[in-house]
Design a protein around this ligand. Structure first.
Ligand code: NAD
Length: 484
């Protein structure tokens, strides 16, 4: 048996302390070789005025142990508090959120007894950067940033995960029929990385139909890899269809640090009543044990847990009249699992972790040659609410701006072309994107753009932002508008 591994533990808020106690008791009884460093996080820390919900000493502990078993916390109501999960993910580079969603039918009610899928969600990019601006009286913007290395890391992680855990298929989900550049980059990277894993079946689904299929035919999925926001949404759909929202564990994995927890929150409504189901956190802890190289212990606990479910010993949230034999409290349920350590489920498939699953995954990012980047124009965004918002009036004014041939080509409103030749039916807000290019789309300089902006300002416009228009290796690197 390996020597004791130090891990950081937080008991959290609400039901956190009860389910953590139950979980750690099970881990200890199963022979997990761990030593805990307990830190305080959550509500009390927030209320002390620490906006991250985590004391500096907690960060130090995590830096040292690199493994975090975390009970749910309560985020105080009102503004100013940062999400502790987001802080931990971004500070420690936890780029992968791994959420297995499995049915335990008939012991846990579900319409889809064959479901056994894992969602691997990108954790650091996308709309979660929280870069938002109000730009005009009517319009706000939220920036979606997708990087190639960020996409490659999570996609490679998904394939490595599939390989190590004996999964057969990886499905990528994006909305690249609409976001051709951002989601297109993710899909393209998926296709490139997939070539290195010829033994794994691959598939791509547009996120909307993909989500519908998770809700209707979840058994068709194995591993799903997707961007941050879509992953957030489909994780809950998948957990819901398996009937196991209260049972799901989740891992947030980075190159060095990893955090393991339950999917659910701190359930203040049942806190302190010995009613909470500790299974979500326990499943998180099982993932942790595999991660830290103790798959035998993880297996032993997972099998004893399933045997407990089969024996009908259930906490109130999963109790079913006629099927359950006993309604157990949190600690009683934990004891029932401890009593079954060494036993296997008799009806559900037993868990057997591949021992190689504990080897660290080697997630490399391919170094790409730098493409030749050329500046060929600029989109100038203006706030304008005059002359009945007639795009022709705006266009006629802006045509006067000309910096060395950098001329107005078109205007769009919320992405729809309204000038020249727009339709009067198109609804227009006070937020206009005005595209300036040279007639031959020649290279332009930043000085030309600054000169253009001076002229736009001189014409009396409030320009709210600009986006440079580039080509990379001669390829257009911006989207065309609808109607362009
Ligand atoms: P919740 O998941 O805490 O509770 C939703 C419902 O599920 C409640 O009725 C609750 O009693 C029940 N439930 C949850 N876990 C259970 C368990 N283990 N056993 C039995 N029943 C369980 O969601 P909420 O009520 O929306 O949020 C409560 C607090 O938790 C909020 O402050 C929220 O910010 C926080 N939260 C924290 C995390 C986290 O720390 N990772 C995640 C989600 C929500």
């Amino acid at each position: 048996m390996s020597s004791k591994r130090k891990i950081t533990v937080a008991y959290g808020d609400g039901i956190g302390p009860e389910i953590m106690k139950a979980t750690l008791n099970i881990l200890e009884a199963a022979g997990a070789q761990i030593e805990t460093d307990v830190i305080e996080i959550g509500e009390q820390v927030y209320l002390k005025g620490i906006s991250s919900g985590m004391e500096p000493s907690a960060f130090e502990s995590l830096k040292e142990t690199k493994i975090f078993l975390k009970a749910p916390i309560t985020t105080p109501q009102g503004g100013g508090f940062k999400s502790l999960n987001v802080t931990t993910r971004t500070s420690f580079g936890l780029f992968a959120n791994v959420r297995p969603c499995k049915a335990y039918s008939p012991y846990i009610k579900t319409h889809y007894p064959k479901t056994d899928l894992v969602i691997i969600r990108e954790n650091e990019e996308d709309l979660y950067s929280g870069i938002e601006h109000r730009q005009t009286q009517e319009v706000v913007q939220s920036l979606k940033l997708i990087s190639r290395p960020g996409s490659e890391k999570i996609i490679r992680y998904a394939f490595e995960y599939a390989k190590k855990y004996g999964r057969k298929k990886v499905t990528c989900m994006t909305k690249d029929n609409i976001m051709k550049l951002a989601d297109g980059l993710f899909h393209k990277t998926f296709n490139e990385v997939a070539k290195e894993y010829p033994d794994i079946e691959t598939d791509h689904k547009i996120i909307d139909i993909g989500s519908a299929l998770i809700a209707e035919r979840p058994e068709m999925f194995d591993v799903i890899v997707t961007l941050n926001l879509y992953g957030d949404i489909i994780s809950d759909i998948a957990a819901q269809v398996t009937g196991s929202v209260g049972l799901g564990g989740s891992a947030n994995v980075g190159e060095e640090v990893a955090m393991f927890e339950a999917i659910h929150g701190s359930a203040p409504d049942i806190a302190g009543k010995d009613m909470a189901n500790p299974s979500g956190l326990l499943n998180g802890a099982i993932m942790m044990l595999v991660h830290i190289g103790q798959p035998d212990v993880a297996e032993k606990i997972a099998n004893a847990w399933m045997r407990t479910l089969e024996d009908g010993i259930h906490t109130g949230d999963i109790y079913q009249e006629g099927l359950s034999s006993k309604k157990a409290g949190t600690q009683e349920f934990a004891q029932a699992i401890i009593d079954r350590l060494g036993q296997k489920p008799q009806n559900m498939a037993e868990v057997a972790f591949d021992k190689s699953a504990t080897e660290p995954m080697n997630i490399k990012v391919t170094k790409k040659d730098k493409a030749k980047k050329e500046l060929i124009g600029v989109d100038v965004f203006v706030e304008w609410d005059e002359e009945g918002r007639d795009p022709n009036a705006l266009g006629d004014k802006l045509r006067k701006a000309d910096a060395d041939g950098l001329k107005l080509q078109l205007i769009t409103n919320r992405g729809v072309k309204v000038y020249p030749g727009g339709m009067k039916e198109t609804f227009c807000t006070d937020h206009w994107r005005c595209r300036f290019l040279t007639s031959n789309q020649d290279a332009v300089t930043h000085t030309q753009i600054l000169d253009l902006l001076k002229q736009v300002e001189g014409l009396g416009f409030d320009f709210i932002k600009t986006e440079n228009l580039y080509t990379f290796d001669g390829e257009r690197a911006y989207s065309l508008s609808q109607g362009e």
